[in-house]
Design a protein around this ligand. Sequence first.
Ligand code: ZN
Length: 99
Amino acid sequence: MTPEQMRMKAMLLRAQADELDADAAKVESVGDDALERMRKSCQGKKRYATVEAAGSAAAARQKFEDHPLRIYECGFCRQFHLTKAPLDRFASFAHGKRP
Ligand SMILES: [Zn+2]
């Protein structure tokens, strides 16, 4: 594991610890796979600092999208992104399981 990967993993574990109230079993279940997928899903996406900013961007983009857009807080950058992924798929993703 490179220093960069270790830094990102620490960041991810901290973010998950916040969200899961430091549920140790769940934090330990975060593998490098989950980290990598979270990083990839963050990179290349537009970040919104507030949920309001994401909301107006979603409303503007929705006109050109076939699927409903959802706003989510990114566990990686702690800002907000838009996704077309259905809620159940994203929930599995967020908990580090394979979709
Ligand atoms: Zn992000």
